[in-house]
Design a protein around this ligand. Structure first.
Ligand SMILES: C[S@@+](CC[C@H](N)C(=O)[O-])C[C@H]1O[C@@H](n2cnc3c(N)ncnc32)[C@H](O)[C@@H]1O
Length: 255
C-alpha cells in the first residue's frame, strides 16, 4: 500500500497535536544515553522529527519500503535509512536497537505480524512506542443520517489486507495491549485523537474523500448513498461548517 507524501504532509500538524506528550517523555526517559531507535514504516520521518527534541542524543534508523518517502525523510532527518519490506524479515531491521517506534502503522498490520514483532521485542526487552493507532472512534459535526453506514463500511475497509495479512484496523490498540501484556510487558495507552476544526479544509477534503472511497470499496451496494454523503460533506467543508474527530491511541510498552 502506498501513501502520498502530500497526504502525510497534510496530516503532520494534526498528528503533532494529537501525540500524547507524557508517553513520549516516559519513552525518552526509559532509554539509555545515545540509544538507537528503529522507526518502522517511517515514511517521511515524522516520528523521528517528533521524538528528536526529547532525545537529542538518539540515533534513528528509518525503515520503509517506499523509496520516494525515504528520499524525503533523508533530506529532513539525520538518520540511517533502510529500504526494506517489513512483511519479510524483521530481525535485520531491528538489529542493535534499544527501542522500536512507529506512528500510524500498527492499524495496517495483521495480528500474526504484530505478534511476531512483539515476540522479537520481548526476547530483546526493547522499549516500544507505537503512536497514532486508529481505535475506530469517528465523529463529524454536524451529524448526518448516513454517518453510521459510512463509518461501518470504512471500518470494514480498515481491516482489509494492506500487505501484512488482514489488518488490525480499529482493533490495533486492544490487540497490542493484550499481546504485549501476555509477554510480560508493562503497557500504557493514551488518547491521541485527532481534533480537526473547520479551518483545516485541505485535510478534511482528503479525509472525507478517502473515507468515501474506502467505504464504497467495502460496501459497493451502497455506492449511491455514500456518494451523496460525500457530496453533502464536501459542501459543508467548503462553507467551513464541518469538524472531525478521529480516535487514536498511543502505546508505550516496557519490560
Ligand atoms: C500511514 S503511513 C505513516 C508514515 C509515518 N510513520 C508518519 O507517521 O507520517 C504508513 C507507512 O508505512 C509504510 N509501509 C507500509 N507497508 C510497508 C511495508 N510492507 N514495509 C515497510 N513499510 C511499509 C508506508 O510506506 C508508509 O510510509
Amino acid at each position: 500500500m502506498s501513501f502520498a507524501p502530500e497526504w502525510l504532509a497534510l496530516r503532520a500538524p494534526i498528528d503533532a497535536r494529537a501525540r500524547d506528550a507524557d508517553l513520549a517523555r516516559r519513552f525518552a526517559a526509559s532509554l539509555p544515553p545515545s540509544p538507537l531507535i528503529v522507526d518502522l514504516g517511517a515514511g517521511t520521518g515524522a516520528n523521528a522529527l517528533a521524538l528528536t527534541p526529547l532525545l537529542p542524543q538518539a540515533g534513528f534508523r528509518l525503515v520503509d519500503n517506499d523509496c520516494a518517502l525515504l528520499d524525503i525523510a533523508r533530506a529532513r532527518v539525520k538518520a540511517e535509512i533502510l529500504h526494506t519490506d517489513l512483511t519479510g524479515d524483521l530481525e535485520a531491521p531491528i538489529a542493535g536497537a534499544d527501542a522500536i517506534s512507529a506512528s500510524a502503522l500498527m492499524d495496517l498490520v495483521s495480528a500474526p505480524w504484530f505478534d511476531r514483532l512483539a515476540a522479537l521485542a520481548a526476547s530483546r526487552r526493547l522499549t516500544l512506542l507505537f503512536t497514532l493507532n486508529v481505535d475506530g472512534r469517528h465523529a463529524l459535526t454536524p451529524e448526518d443520517r448516513d454517518d453510521g453506514l459510512v463509518f461501518a463500511a470504512f471500518a470494514s475497509d480498515q481491516r482489509r489486507d494492506k500487505g501484512f495479512g488482514p489488518a488490525l484496523g480499529p482493533d490495533a490498540p486492544r490487540h497490542m495491549e493484550t499481546r504485549l501484556a501476555s509477554l510480560g510487558a508493562t503497557v500504557h495507552l493514551a488518547d491521541s485523537a485527532w481534533h480537526v476544526d473547520a479551518a483545516a479544509r485541505g485535510l478534511l477534503t482528503e479525509f472525507i474523500g478517502g473515507m468515501a472511497e474506502a467505504a464504497g470499496r467495502a460496501a459497493p451496494a451502497e455506492a449511491a448513498s455514500i456518494a451523496a454523503w460525500r457530496q453533502r460533506r464536501q459542501v459543508q467543508i467548503r462553507k467551513g461548517a464541518l469538524s472531525l474527530t478521529v480516535g487514536h491511541r498511543d502505546l508505550l510498552a516496557q519490560w
